[in-house]
Design a protein around this ligand. Structure first.
Ligand SMILES: Nc1ncnc2c1ncn2[C@@H]1O[C@H](COP(=O)(O)OP(=O)(O)OP(=O)(O)O)[C@@H](O)[C@H]1O
Length: 263
């Protein structure tokens, strides 16, 4: 039996992404002057980056993703995984190189910009319209979206303004909305996926369904078991470069060997 032709959904060609960091210490190092420096010292948080510093987060990454694939992204903290997803979603401009995608990729949790002063119900309707759903489609799926999100489990939260939601509730509503329609390319940054264990199981099942609906799924996760279970292929990013691209089992094993040896 002849193999069906593989349909590319995302083509990333020698992509570079940089951030320019403005302000934050006014170029005088961690001490900084004035109120910003004093605040930074008080909070004792991250060292401010000198003004105008460039962070070259993604450095010449290339790969092709195909329909039906679930691709995991692994790599150390700050290796560029979230930046690469944002670039594929079109939310982060690329400095050099090109990204071609089939359809509009959806980054779960970010694309649906919910509005704090509106009720959950209005947010579902407006968010649905913003994602290109028709009013009839939204009406048809409204109950499912609310039920999936579970925000109404304890009380009638859906008729309350979003600002009264916990961050977990808002994240669940956002996920439910984004997952309500199938996407050609679905990007999931696990750092954004909050929710309790039950909601996570439900979202895992929904991700599987979305994948079966012939899209391509990208998943950033530090949970190796999740990557092995969910993804057939994995990309390993390190310091902004693509270190390995292959079957998820092999890539995760190589990354584990790297981190246990190097740490
Ligand atoms: N908005 C921003 N402004 C400046 N630098 C940024 C910004 N976002 C990310 N960076 C920097 O870009 C680099 C890559 O960050 P990114 O968040 O893509 O990494 P990551 O692999 O997703 O990390 P993690 O595993 O910790 O989530 C890091 O050096 C980070 O500090």
């Amino acid at each position: 039996m002849a193999e069906a032709p593989r349909i590319p959904t995302v083509v990333v060609d020698d992509v570079h992404v940089s951030y320019t960091v403005h302000g934050g210490g006014a170029g005088h190092g961690p001490e900084g002057r004035g109120a910003a420096g004093a605040l930074a010292r008080l909070l004792g948080g991250r060292r401010p980056v000198p003004a105008g510093r460039r962070v070259h987060a993604v450095r010449g990454v290339s790969f092709v993703a195909y329909q039906g694939e679930a691709i995991g992204l692994i790599g150390s903290n700050g290796s560029g995984k979230s930046t690469l997803l944002k670039a594929v979603a079109g939310l982060q401009p690329v400095e050099r190189g090109r990204i071609h995608t089939r359809g509009q990729p959806a980054l779960l949790g970010v694309n649906a910009a919910l509005m704090n002063d509106l009720t959950g119900e209005r947010n579902v309707i407006l968010g649905g319209l913003a994602m290109g759903m028709s009013r009839a489609e939204i009406r048809e799926r409204y109950d499912d979206i609310v039920e999936f999100s579970g925000v109404n489990e304890k009380e009638d939260a859906i008729s309350r303004p979003l600002r009264t939601y916990s961050s977990g509730m808002a994240a669940r509503l956002r996920f439910s909305l984004a997952a309500a329609r199938s996407h050609d390319v679905l990007l999931i940054d696990e750092a954004l996926a909050t929710g309790d264990a039950r909601f996570q199981r439900r979202s895992r099942r929904r991700i599987d369904e979305l994948r079966a609906e012939a899209g391509t799924v990208f998943l950033v996760s530090h949970a190796h078991a999740t990557l092995r279970e969910t993804c057939g292929r994995a990309l390993w990013l390190e310091a902004g470069t693509l270190r390995m691209d292959g079957p998820a089992e092999e890539v995760v094993a190589a990354y584990e060997a790297f981190t246990s040896g190097g740490a």
